[in-house]
Design a protein around this ligand. Structure first.
Ligand SMILES: Nc1ncnc2c1ncn2[C@@H]1O[C@H](COP(=O)(O)OP(=O)(O)OP(=O)(O)O)[C@@H](O)[C@H]1O
Ligand SMILES: [Mg+2]
Length: 280
């Protein structure tokens, strides 16, 4: 049995949530990690790729209000609030890196926490829906979250985020540390969530598999976006192929370096659609 309903999710947005970010800046104290980022998450699934330390988590944390941010962030044309609970209320939820469940609480207690902003009756209604969407979690409702496997915990973390009935769901490396079959299931689930109407913005290091389920993608390196485009074309671009797909032996060849050396994409079509943003 799959973890989630194969015939679609009942909890979901209206399929139109559109995030537009311009001049995003964020960091930690005096350390600025991101500066001047311009990107968007349109309805569907957008993936952000990039090496360790590039600033991917920082980006999601800034959008979730967990660290201060600068720049303009518009959700469906409306300025995104700054405080986390207001951002959740505005319709954005984050599944953080490492899942961040409460290990001593049961699955259903963890899920209920995801609906903390909703009145009790609404929270109960969503819990019923989320257990329909994730039937395997219903069997595990009374299990302590900390006793579940990594993949199971990731499902709980995603289901908990869905309890806030988000219009836009942010996922930070959902496949991290999971066995290949579970990676496939998690990424397929992200796709289904997007298809059911919740815009998905996902950070992933599993480049090939992520691009296979995504509509569009960006490559973030050292706090700057160095490439972007439709996922299918991005996966064919020289920048992504050399630095992230199959060219592991050339780890020193970053996408930025490749772009700097003026290499072009695999095909004229890819070159036209997968934009290489020249690093400054
Ligand atoms: N709490 C923090 N305080 C200070 N610096 C931090 C903090 N968290 C992250 N950083 C720094 O910010 C930079 C970006 O980190 P971030 O976690 O966003 O990268 P990432 O792309 O998510 O990497 P990974 O793929 O390893 O998860 C790194 O140089 C990191 O050391
Ligand atoms: Mg990270």
């Amino acid at each position: 049995m799959m973890w989630y309903r194969p015939d679609g999710f009942t909890l979901g947005g209206n399929g139109r949530a559109h995030l537009k970010v311009d001049g995003l800046a964020a960091g930690y104290g005096p350390v600025q990690v991101l500066r001047g980022l311009r990107f968007e998450a349109r309805p569907g699934l957008t993936v952000i790729l990039g090496p360790n330390g590039a600033g991917k988590t920082t980006l999601l944390r800034a959008l979730a209000g967990l660290i201060p941010r600068g720049g303009e962030v518009l959700l469906d044309g409306e300025e995104l609030p700054e405080k986390t609970h207001e951002i959740v209320r505005a319709g954005m939820a984050l599944v953080a890196e490492g899942r961040q469940l409460f290990p001593q609480m049961t699955v259903s207690e963890n899920l209920e926490l995801g609906g903390w902003l909703a009145p009790k009756a609404e929270r109960e209604r969503r819990l019923v829906q989320v257990l329909q969407d994730f039937p395997k979690l219903r069997e595990r409702a009374t299990q302590l979250a900390g006793t579940m496997s990594g993949g199971e915990q990731q499902m709980v973390a995603v289901a908990r985020a869905m309890m806030s009935a988000p219009r836009l769901l942010m996922l930070d490396e959902p496949s991290l540390g999971l066995a290949p079959r579970m990676v496939d299931e998690l990424l397929a689930m992200a796709r289904r969530i997007a298809d059911a109407g919740t815009t998905v913005l996902m950070v992933e290091q599993n480049v090939k598999k992520a691009l296979a389920v995504a509509d569009r993608g960006y490559v973030l390196e050292r706090g700057a976006l160095v490439a972007s485009g439709p996922a299918r074309l991005l996966s064919r671009s020289t920048v992504v192929r050399e630095a992230y797909l199959g060219a592991q032996a050339q780890d020193t060849t970053s996408a930025a370096d490749a772009a700097r050396r003026g290499r072009t994409q695999a095909s004229p079509t890819a070159a036209a659609a997968a934009t290489i943003v020249a690093p400054s």
